[in-house]
Design a protein around this ligand. Sequence first.
Ligand code: FVH
Length: 297
Amino acid sequence: MTHSPDASVTVLGLGAMGRALASAFVHAGLSTTVWNRSVGKDTELVDAGAQRATTVADAAATGGLVIVCLLNHASIHEVLDPAAHELRGRAVVNLTSTTPEEARELAAWAADHGIDYLDGGIMATPDMIGGPHASILYSGSTHVFEEHRQTLELLGTAEYFGDDAGLAALCDFALLAGMYIMFAGFYHGAAMVRSAGMSAKDFAGRAEAWLTTVAGSFAEHAVRMDSGDYSTSDEQTLVFTKSAVDAIVRASRDGGVAPHVIGPVKALVDQQVADGHGMEAFERIYEGLITGQESDR
Ligand code: FVH
């Protein structure tokens, strides 16, 4: 069930993202209270109609939905802990990036203080907020999500993953991991062609077309990954892939490019071949990534 957007919203944290969030609320006509640790970042928002709060407690006391967008997990506690009393009974949506375990810890802290907590992972840059390509993943309090959904949709598409507060952060970080590795792959390719005088700009168009095409096969790969059956009748076996990746590593070195990015892919392929899976599909390297829940691996 959706409701009308909230009459009032409070945004704690006015970095680049917090300002974009607050701006979307102000421009949608919501009564918006803003607070930031250091002064000066609220000027444009106040000029546009936002109300300035000088303390977190004052900001929290204004009522309505509370949106938190700070640097990290530690800064959330620094800001919210002293205002826990004022936040009792209120709905808080945290859009600061945290790990899933940090999000769960915040949900437990909120529950201990009578605060209704929803966690969110923003899949957008500040300039995208309020536009058609902004997406925000949520998990935690079902009540907060349902009650404030229409307000949250002013920021971007809102998707709810369930009442485990860590799920949105997990999916957020999983998508970001893929993004960083993809960009590093693009930089590696650009470094290779640079040795022949091709600019990164010229390479970018080719890389975009190629990566967009091959990304179309994710779902096909996922069938093997989910089933655990990596048998294949086509020629793209791990032995074949090893030959290709080994050659790419040699070509990189010949061109003066360090194997820092491609090297881990080679290591994963080599391990699967050494373990006797050479005639299975490339996707089997997925199994080599599963190490249990040890950290820093
Ligand atoms: N910007 C982006 O593209 C990404 C997109 C995806 C999601 N992230 C996450 O959003 C969080 C905030 O990001 P941001 O871009 O607004 O970050 P900054 O511009 O660096 O602003 C940080 C704000 O946090 C305040 N702050 C930091 N430490 C403390 C503290 N100990 N106590 C109180 N406030 C603190 C800082 O205040 P100030 O320095 O201006 O006084 C800013 O308001 C982040 O989790 C991204 O991962 C954005």
